[in-house]
Ligand binder design. Structure first.
Ligand SMILES: [Zn+2]
Length: 206
């Protein structure tokens, strides 16, 4: 429903496509942006374009990596030889890697699914980096997979799906311990709590 004409409505429409921004927030941000000095608006626009031009996803784990257009780009963790390749921590988004790294409890590698299973939003396993996860198991001497998806409905459904899928592969499959705020995101858990959840991870039955 277009209320404003031309460029103002275009701006509201674009902002409304961002995650977690409803129509009211989109309007509020649009009018905030209109009040900015041109230089400030330009800096924001430049930051978006620069990030798009310089950042890509790691070809192995789908964390963010430098080098746009480089299809073989590796992130800083995958390029670090000191990281233990036998343990893979499976997370939903690159920001979850930051949360786990802050705990200082994990020295293995990661795999970013780039989402979670959500029938309501039409996201199934095919929309996630599941095939790529399976492809890594043979190549990288993986012995344990820690299912570190969010402690909410989508995250639990994703962990359960992966546990069942991976069971026949014969690896150790673990899930971070409960005790995290239920329904929340990993990134909202404090370092100590998330560290304990990792340490207290349990073997899961598929
Ligand atoms: Zn990587």
């Amino acid at each position: 429903m277009a209320v404003y004409a031309g460029p103002v409505q275009d701006l509201i429409d674009e902002l409304g496509r961002l995650p977690g921004i409803g129509p009211k927030s989109a309007q509020r941000i649009a009018f905030h942006l209109l009040k900015l000095a041109r230089g400030d608006a330009q800096r924001l626009a430049n930051a978006i374009i620069e990030a798009k031009d310089k950042v890509t996803f790691c070809s192995r784990c789908f964390n963010i990596a430098e080098g746009a257009g480089d299809t073989d780009a590796l992130c800083s963790i995958c390029s670090d030889e000191r990281r233990d390749p036998t343990v893979l921590c499976v997370v939903e988004e690159p920001r979850d890697i930051v949360a786990v790294e802050k705990t200082g409890e994990f020295r293995g590698r990661y795999h970013v699914l780039q989402g979670a299973i959500s029938p309501i939003e039409g996201v199934g396993p095919d929309q996630l980096r599941v095939k790529e996860l399976l492809g890594r198991l043979d190549d990288e001497r993986v012995q344990e997979i820690i299912l570190c998806t969010n402690p909410n409905i989508e995250g639990e459904a994703t962990a359960l799906y992966l546990a069942r899928l991976l069971k026949p592969v014969g690896l150790r499959i673990t899930r971070i311990a409960s005790g995290l705020p239920v329904g929340g995101d990993l990134e909202y858990a404090d370092e100590l709590t998330l560290g304990r959840a990792l340490e207290g991870r349990r073997d899961v039955e598929g």
